[in-house]
Design a protein around this ligand. Structure first.
Ligand code: CP3
Length: 354
Protein backbone atom coordinates (compact mmCIF):
# COMPACT_ATOMS: atom_id res chain seq x y z
CA UNK A 1 0.00 0.00 0.00
CA UNK A 2 1.22 3.54 -0.69
CA UNK A 3 1.68 5.84 2.30
CA UNK A 4 -0.39 9.02 2.70
CA UNK A 5 1.39 12.18 1.53
CA UNK A 6 3.32 14.08 4.23
CA UNK A 7 3.76 17.09 1.91
CA UNK A 8 0.90 17.73 -0.52
CA UNK A 9 1.72 21.42 -1.12
CA UNK A 10 2.33 20.82 -4.84
CA UNK A 11 -0.96 18.96 -5.38
CA UNK A 12 -2.86 21.64 -3.46
CA UNK A 13 -1.29 24.53 -5.39
CA UNK A 14 -1.93 22.77 -8.73
CA UNK A 15 -5.63 22.70 -7.79
CA UNK A 16 -5.54 26.31 -6.47
CA UNK A 17 -6.23 25.16 -2.92
CA UNK A 18 -4.73 27.02 0.07
CA UNK A 19 -1.06 26.40 0.89
CA UNK A 20 1.24 27.82 3.60
CA UNK A 21 3.93 28.76 1.08
CA UNK A 22 4.62 28.45 -2.63
CA UNK A 23 5.74 24.92 -3.55
CA UNK A 24 9.00 24.62 -5.50
CA UNK A 25 10.61 22.05 -7.78
CA UNK A 26 13.02 22.44 -10.70
CA UNK A 27 12.82 21.24 -14.28
CA UNK A 28 15.78 18.86 -14.81
CA UNK A 29 16.36 18.78 -11.05
CA UNK A 30 18.11 15.42 -11.46
CA UNK A 31 20.80 16.26 -13.97
CA UNK A 32 24.39 17.05 -14.84
CA UNK A 33 24.74 20.08 -12.52
CA UNK A 34 24.82 17.55 -9.63
CA UNK A 35 28.14 15.69 -9.15
CA UNK A 36 26.26 12.70 -7.70
CA UNK A 37 24.21 12.49 -10.93
CA UNK A 38 27.38 12.51 -13.03
CA UNK A 39 28.81 9.72 -10.86
CA UNK A 40 25.72 7.50 -11.26
CA UNK A 41 25.57 8.20 -15.00
CA UNK A 42 29.24 7.18 -15.30
CA UNK A 43 28.45 3.99 -13.41
CA UNK A 44 25.53 3.28 -15.78
CA UNK A 45 27.79 3.82 -18.80
CA UNK A 46 25.38 5.93 -20.86
CA UNK A 47 22.29 8.08 -20.51
CA UNK A 48 20.06 5.37 -22.04
CA UNK A 49 21.53 2.71 -19.74
CA UNK A 50 20.62 5.00 -16.82
CA UNK A 51 17.07 5.57 -18.11
CA UNK A 52 16.37 1.89 -18.71
CA UNK A 53 17.66 0.70 -15.31
CA UNK A 54 14.85 1.20 -12.74
CA UNK A 55 17.19 0.96 -9.77
CA UNK A 56 19.55 3.65 -11.09
CA UNK A 57 16.68 5.82 -12.43
CA UNK A 58 15.19 5.72 -8.93
CA UNK A 59 18.54 6.61 -7.38
CA UNK A 60 19.00 9.74 -9.52
CA UNK A 61 15.35 10.78 -9.11
CA UNK A 62 15.94 10.94 -5.34
CA UNK A 63 19.34 12.69 -5.45
CA UNK A 64 18.04 16.30 -5.57
CA UNK A 65 15.63 15.51 -2.71
CA UNK A 66 18.52 14.41 -0.51
CA UNK A 67 20.16 17.81 -1.06
CA UNK A 68 17.24 20.23 -1.12
CA UNK A 69 13.84 20.65 0.57
CA UNK A 70 11.94 20.27 -2.72
CA UNK A 71 8.17 19.84 -2.83
CA UNK A 72 8.15 17.21 -5.60
CA UNK A 73 10.13 14.45 -7.25
CA UNK A 74 10.08 14.12 -11.04
CA UNK A 75 10.53 10.73 -12.64
CA UNK A 76 13.97 10.40 -14.20
CA UNK A 77 13.43 9.48 -17.84
CA UNK A 78 13.24 11.28 -21.19
CA UNK A 79 10.53 12.35 -23.62
CA UNK A 80 12.28 10.34 -26.35
CA UNK A 81 11.57 6.93 -24.79
CA UNK A 82 8.45 6.83 -27.02
CA UNK A 83 10.43 6.74 -30.31
CA UNK A 84 12.84 4.37 -28.53
CA UNK A 85 9.87 2.08 -27.75
CA UNK A 86 8.78 2.34 -31.41
CA UNK A 87 12.15 0.83 -32.35
CA UNK A 88 13.64 3.89 -34.07
CA UNK A 89 17.08 3.55 -32.49
CA UNK A 90 17.68 6.32 -29.94
CA UNK A 91 21.12 7.28 -28.70
CA UNK A 92 22.69 10.25 -26.95
CA UNK A 93 26.15 11.19 -28.12
CA UNK A 94 28.31 13.01 -25.56
CA UNK A 95 27.85 16.76 -26.02
CA UNK A 96 25.63 16.34 -29.09
CA UNK A 97 22.16 15.59 -27.82
CA UNK A 98 19.76 12.93 -29.06
CA UNK A 99 20.06 10.97 -32.32
CA UNK A 100 17.35 8.86 -33.93
CA UNK A 101 18.84 6.27 -36.28
CA UNK A 102 15.73 5.66 -38.41
CA UNK A 103 14.05 9.04 -38.98
CA UNK A 104 10.39 9.16 -40.05
CA UNK A 105 9.97 11.04 -43.33
CA UNK A 106 7.08 9.56 -45.37
CA UNK A 107 3.50 8.32 -44.95
CA UNK A 108 4.84 4.77 -45.41
CA UNK A 109 7.29 5.37 -42.52
CA UNK A 110 4.42 6.61 -40.33
CA UNK A 111 2.22 3.64 -41.22
CA UNK A 112 5.04 1.23 -40.38
CA UNK A 113 5.44 2.63 -36.83
CA UNK A 114 4.39 0.07 -34.24
CA UNK A 115 2.14 1.17 -31.36
CA UNK A 116 4.18 0.39 -28.23
CA UNK A 117 2.58 -1.45 -25.32
CA UNK A 118 3.77 0.54 -22.27
CA UNK A 119 3.67 -2.56 -20.07
CA UNK A 120 6.15 -4.24 -22.43
CA UNK A 121 8.40 -1.76 -24.25
CA UNK A 122 8.24 0.86 -21.47
CA UNK A 123 8.19 -1.58 -18.56
CA UNK A 124 11.45 -0.06 -17.27
CA UNK A 125 9.69 3.30 -16.72
CA UNK A 126 6.74 1.74 -14.90
CA UNK A 127 9.11 -0.30 -12.72
CA UNK A 128 11.05 2.89 -11.92
CA UNK A 129 7.79 4.66 -10.94
CA UNK A 130 6.78 1.85 -8.55
CA UNK A 131 10.24 1.79 -7.01
CA UNK A 132 10.40 5.60 -6.59
CA UNK A 133 6.97 5.66 -4.92
CA UNK A 134 8.14 2.98 -2.52
CA UNK A 135 11.35 4.85 -1.67
CA UNK A 136 9.60 8.20 -1.36
CA UNK A 137 7.22 6.65 1.19
CA UNK A 138 4.86 9.62 0.86
CA UNK A 139 7.42 12.38 1.51
CA UNK A 140 6.46 14.38 -1.61
CA UNK A 141 4.38 13.66 -4.73
CA UNK A 142 5.91 12.12 -7.86
CA UNK A 143 5.52 13.91 -11.20
CA UNK A 144 5.34 11.80 -14.37
CA UNK A 145 5.74 13.25 -17.85
CA UNK A 146 5.83 12.87 -21.61
CA UNK A 147 6.72 15.11 -24.53
CA UNK A 148 4.00 16.71 -26.64
CA UNK A 149 3.36 14.88 -29.92
CA UNK A 150 4.72 17.89 -31.86
CA UNK A 151 7.94 18.10 -29.81
CA UNK A 152 8.62 14.36 -30.01
CA UNK A 153 7.82 14.45 -33.76
CA UNK A 154 10.49 17.13 -34.34
CA UNK A 155 13.17 14.64 -33.19
CA UNK A 156 11.59 11.72 -35.10
CA UNK A 157 11.45 13.63 -38.39
CA UNK A 158 14.75 15.50 -38.12
CA UNK A 159 16.70 12.64 -36.50
CA UNK A 160 18.49 15.06 -34.15
CA UNK A 161 18.24 18.53 -32.62
CA UNK A 162 17.64 20.91 -35.53
CA UNK A 163 16.33 24.16 -36.93
CA UNK A 164 13.12 22.30 -37.90
CA UNK A 165 13.60 22.55 -41.69
CA UNK A 166 12.37 19.03 -42.47
CA UNK A 167 9.33 18.98 -40.18
CA UNK A 168 8.26 22.46 -41.29
CA UNK A 169 8.66 21.30 -44.90
CA UNK A 170 6.40 18.32 -44.14
CA UNK A 171 3.89 20.63 -42.45
CA UNK A 172 3.65 22.71 -45.64
CA UNK A 173 3.86 20.05 -48.34
CA UNK A 174 2.35 16.94 -46.69
CA UNK A 175 0.21 18.02 -43.75
CA UNK A 176 -1.69 14.69 -43.88
CA UNK A 177 1.50 12.75 -43.26
CA UNK A 178 2.36 14.96 -40.31
CA UNK A 179 -1.18 14.62 -38.91
CA UNK A 180 -0.94 10.84 -39.22
CA UNK A 181 2.32 10.90 -37.24
CA UNK A 182 0.96 13.28 -34.59
CA UNK A 183 -2.22 11.20 -34.22
CA UNK A 184 -0.18 8.05 -33.64
CA UNK A 185 2.05 9.85 -31.16
CA UNK A 186 -0.97 11.23 -29.29
CA UNK A 187 -2.41 7.69 -28.95
CA UNK A 188 0.94 6.27 -27.82
CA UNK A 189 1.51 9.15 -25.37
CA UNK A 190 -1.97 8.82 -23.86
CA UNK A 191 -1.47 5.09 -23.29
CA UNK A 192 1.96 5.79 -21.81
CA UNK A 193 0.73 8.49 -19.39
CA UNK A 194 -2.21 6.30 -18.33
CA UNK A 195 0.28 3.54 -17.53
CA UNK A 196 2.44 5.99 -15.54
CA UNK A 197 -0.62 7.02 -13.49
CA UNK A 198 -1.59 3.39 -12.89
CA UNK A 199 2.00 2.73 -11.75
CA UNK A 200 1.84 5.63 -9.25
CA UNK A 201 2.68 9.08 -10.65
CA UNK A 202 0.54 11.71 -8.91
CA UNK A 203 0.90 14.62 -11.38
CA UNK A 204 1.39 14.55 -15.14
CA UNK A 205 3.33 17.15 -17.12
CA UNK A 206 3.44 17.47 -20.93
CA UNK A 207 6.62 19.15 -22.23
CA UNK A 208 6.04 21.03 -25.48
CA UNK A 209 9.56 22.39 -25.76
CA UNK A 210 9.24 23.26 -29.46
CA UNK A 211 5.60 24.41 -29.81
CA UNK A 212 6.91 27.99 -29.68
CA UNK A 213 8.61 27.68 -33.09
CA UNK A 214 5.20 27.47 -34.81
CA UNK A 215 2.94 30.27 -36.07
CA UNK A 216 -0.21 30.80 -33.99
CA UNK A 217 -2.56 28.87 -36.35
CA UNK A 218 0.01 26.09 -36.86
CA UNK A 219 0.50 25.83 -33.08
CA UNK A 220 -3.18 25.20 -32.62
CA UNK A 221 -3.44 22.67 -35.47
CA UNK A 222 -0.18 20.75 -34.99
CA UNK A 223 0.56 21.01 -31.27
CA UNK A 224 -2.28 22.22 -29.06
CA UNK A 225 -5.05 20.03 -30.55
CA UNK A 226 -3.00 16.89 -29.88
CA UNK A 227 -2.19 17.94 -26.31
CA UNK A 228 -5.88 18.64 -25.82
CA UNK A 229 -6.73 15.10 -26.99
CA UNK A 230 -4.29 13.70 -24.43
CA UNK A 231 -5.69 15.86 -21.60
CA UNK A 232 -9.24 14.81 -22.54
CA UNK A 233 -8.32 11.11 -22.45
CA UNK A 234 -6.48 11.03 -19.12
CA UNK A 235 -8.15 9.59 -16.01
CA UNK A 236 -8.35 12.52 -13.62
CA UNK A 237 -8.57 10.57 -10.36
CA UNK A 238 -6.34 7.87 -8.95
CA UNK A 239 -5.80 6.61 -5.38
CA UNK A 240 -8.77 8.78 -4.34
CA UNK A 241 -7.18 12.08 -5.47
CA UNK A 242 -7.28 14.25 -8.56
CA UNK A 243 -4.27 13.77 -10.83
CA UNK A 244 -3.43 17.31 -11.99
CA UNK A 245 -2.13 17.92 -15.51
CA UNK A 246 0.47 20.60 -16.34
CA UNK A 247 1.04 21.79 -19.94
CA UNK A 248 4.23 23.61 -20.81
CA UNK A 249 4.82 25.19 -24.21
CA UNK A 250 8.17 26.98 -24.23
CA UNK A 251 7.64 30.28 -26.01
CA UNK A 252 3.87 29.83 -25.72
CA UNK A 253 3.12 32.89 -23.55
CA UNK A 254 0.80 34.44 -26.12
CA UNK A 255 -1.31 31.26 -26.22
CA UNK A 256 -1.80 30.67 -22.49
CA UNK A 257 -5.50 31.45 -22.69
CA UNK A 258 -5.97 28.81 -25.43
CA UNK A 259 -3.92 26.37 -23.40
CA UNK A 260 -6.15 26.94 -20.37
CA UNK A 261 -9.15 25.97 -22.55
CA UNK A 262 -7.77 22.40 -22.83
CA UNK A 263 -8.87 21.67 -19.27
CA UNK A 264 -5.29 21.41 -17.96
CA UNK A 265 -5.01 22.31 -14.26
CA UNK A 266 -1.77 24.22 -14.63
CA UNK A 267 0.42 25.86 -17.26
CA UNK A 268 4.18 26.20 -17.32
CA UNK A 269 5.40 29.70 -18.16
CA UNK A 270 8.91 30.41 -19.48
CA UNK A 271 10.88 33.49 -18.34
CA UNK A 272 9.95 35.66 -21.33
CA UNK A 273 6.54 36.51 -19.89
CA UNK A 274 5.76 38.20 -16.57
CA UNK A 275 3.62 35.99 -14.32
CA UNK A 276 1.40 39.03 -13.64
CA UNK A 277 0.60 39.20 -17.37
CA UNK A 278 0.14 35.42 -17.60
CA UNK A 279 -2.25 35.59 -14.67
CA UNK A 280 -4.30 38.31 -16.31
CA UNK A 281 -4.38 36.36 -19.61
CA UNK A 282 -5.65 33.19 -17.96
CA UNK A 283 -8.01 34.94 -15.56
CA UNK A 284 -7.03 32.74 -12.60
CA UNK A 285 -8.59 29.69 -14.31
CA UNK A 286 -5.38 27.65 -13.95
CA UNK A 287 -2.31 27.43 -11.75
CA UNK A 288 0.87 28.95 -13.20
CA UNK A 289 4.25 27.23 -12.88
CA UNK A 290 7.54 29.09 -13.32
CA UNK A 291 9.33 31.19 -14.26
CA UNK A 292 12.82 32.27 -13.13
CA UNK A 293 15.31 32.59 -16.02
CA UNK A 294 17.65 29.57 -15.55
CA UNK A 295 20.54 31.82 -16.65
CA UNK A 296 20.06 33.89 -13.48
CA UNK A 297 21.31 30.96 -11.41
CA UNK A 298 24.83 31.92 -12.55
CA UNK A 299 24.52 35.18 -10.57
CA UNK A 300 25.62 35.46 -6.90
CA UNK A 301 23.11 34.20 -4.29
CA UNK A 302 22.10 37.73 -3.26
CA UNK A 303 21.00 38.44 -6.85
CA UNK A 304 19.20 35.10 -7.01
CA UNK A 305 17.24 36.07 -3.91
CA UNK A 306 16.15 39.36 -5.54
CA UNK A 307 15.15 37.50 -8.70
CA UNK A 308 13.04 35.06 -6.65
CA UNK A 309 11.42 38.03 -4.88
CA UNK A 310 10.52 39.57 -8.27
CA UNK A 311 8.93 36.34 -9.55
CA UNK A 312 6.88 35.92 -6.35
CA UNK A 313 5.78 39.57 -6.43
CA UNK A 314 4.85 39.30 -10.09
CA UNK A 315 2.46 36.41 -9.39
CA UNK A 316 1.28 38.25 -6.27
CA UNK A 317 -1.11 37.08 -3.60
CA UNK A 318 -2.97 33.79 -4.02
CA UNK A 319 -2.40 30.06 -4.02
CA UNK A 320 -2.18 29.09 -7.71
CA UNK A 321 1.57 29.42 -8.17
CA UNK A 322 4.19 26.68 -8.32
CA UNK A 323 7.71 28.09 -8.26
CA UNK A 324 10.05 26.70 -10.91
CA UNK A 325 12.54 27.84 -13.51
CA UNK A 326 11.31 28.96 -16.92
CA UNK A 327 13.16 25.98 -18.48
CA UNK A 328 15.56 23.26 -17.32
CA UNK A 329 18.46 23.99 -14.96
CA UNK A 330 21.68 24.37 -16.97
CA UNK A 331 24.47 21.76 -16.53
CA UNK A 332 27.07 24.38 -15.47
CA UNK A 333 24.92 25.69 -12.58
CA UNK A 334 26.48 25.73 -9.09
CA UNK A 335 24.39 23.46 -6.80
CA UNK A 336 24.82 26.05 -4.01
CA UNK A 337 23.01 28.60 -6.16
CA UNK A 338 20.10 26.19 -6.53
CA UNK A 339 20.05 25.91 -2.72
CA UNK A 340 19.93 29.72 -2.48
CA UNK A 341 16.96 29.85 -4.85
CA UNK A 342 14.98 27.26 -2.90
CA UNK A 343 15.79 28.92 0.44
CA UNK A 344 14.57 32.25 -0.93
CA UNK A 345 11.26 30.70 -2.04
CA UNK A 346 10.82 29.18 1.42
CA UNK A 347 11.57 32.46 3.20
CA UNK A 348 9.80 34.93 0.96
CA UNK A 349 6.69 33.10 -0.24
CA UNK A 350 4.65 32.68 2.99
CA UNK A 351 3.86 36.43 2.83
CA UNK A 352 1.76 35.74 -0.30
CA UNK A 353 -0.38 33.08 1.43
CA UNK A 354 -2.65 34.22 4.25
O1 CP3 B 1 13.35 17.12 -15.12
C1 CP3 B 1 13.90 16.08 -14.72
O2 CP3 B 1 14.78 16.07 -13.81
C2 CP3 B 1 13.45 14.74 -15.28
C3 CP3 B 1 14.21 14.23 -16.34
C4 CP3 B 1 14.09 14.75 -17.77
C5 CP3 B 1 15.13 14.55 -18.71
N1 CP3 B 1 14.70 14.96 -19.92
C6 CP3 B 1 16.45 13.95 -18.41
C7 CP3 B 1 17.56 14.22 -19.33
C8 CP3 B 1 13.04 15.39 -18.44
C9 CP3 B 1 11.72 15.89 -17.90
C10 CP3 B 1 13.43 15.50 -19.81
C11 CP3 B 1 12.56 16.06 -20.85
C12 CP3 B 1 13.12 16.35 -22.18
N2 CP3 B 1 14.02 15.61 -22.90
C13 CP3 B 1 12.70 17.44 -22.97
C14 CP3 B 1 11.64 18.43 -22.62
C15 CP3 B 1 12.08 19.40 -21.58
C16 CP3 B 1 13.17 20.33 -22.01
O3 CP3 B 1 14.20 20.35 -21.31
O4 CP3 B 1 12.98 21.07 -22.98
C17 CP3 B 1 13.42 17.37 -24.18
C18 CP3 B 1 13.35 18.33 -25.36
C19 CP3 B 1 14.23 16.21 -24.12
C20 CP3 B 1 15.11 15.66 -25.19
C21 CP3 B 1 16.52 15.62 -24.75
N3 CP3 B 1 17.01 14.77 -23.79
C22 CP3 B 1 17.58 16.42 -25.21
C23 CP3 B 1 17.45 17.50 -26.26
C24 CP3 B 1 18.72 16.01 -24.52
C25 CP3 B 1 20.13 16.48 -24.74
C26 CP3 B 1 20.31 17.87 -24.31
C27 CP3 B 1 20.98 17.88 -22.97
O5 CP3 B 1 20.46 18.55 -22.07
O6 CP3 B 1 22.02 17.22 -22.91
C28 CP3 B 1 18.33 15.00 -23.59
C29 CP3 B 1 19.20 14.30 -22.63
C30 CP3 B 1 18.81 14.36 -21.19
N4 CP3 B 1 17.55 14.13 -20.70
C31 CP3 B 1 19.68 14.62 -20.10
C32 CP3 B 1 18.91 14.52 -18.92
C33 CP3 B 1 19.38 14.65 -17.50
C34 CP3 B 1 21.18 14.87 -20.20
C35 CP3 B 1 21.82 13.61 -20.64
C36 CP3 B 1 23.10 13.29 -19.95
O7 CP3 B 1 23.10 12.92 -18.75
O8 CP3 B 1 24.12 13.33 -20.64
Amino acid sequence: MNSPLANDRLLRALLREPVDRTPVWIMRQAGRYLPEYRATRARAGSFMALCTNPELACEVTLQPLARYPLDAAILFSDILVIPHAMGLGLSFEEGEGPRIARAVRSLADVRALPMPDPSVELRFVLDAVARIRRELAGRVPLIGFAGSPWTVATYMVEGAASQFARIKGLLQSEPRTLHALLGKLADATLAYLKAQIAAGVQVVMIFDTWGGVLSAPAYREFSLDYMQAIVAGLPRRHEGRRVPVILFTKGGGAWLDRMADTGADALGVDWTMELSVARRLTGDRVTLQGNLDPGLLHEPPVEIRSAVARVLASYGRGHGHVFNLGHGVQPDTDPEHVAAMIAAVQELSPAYHY
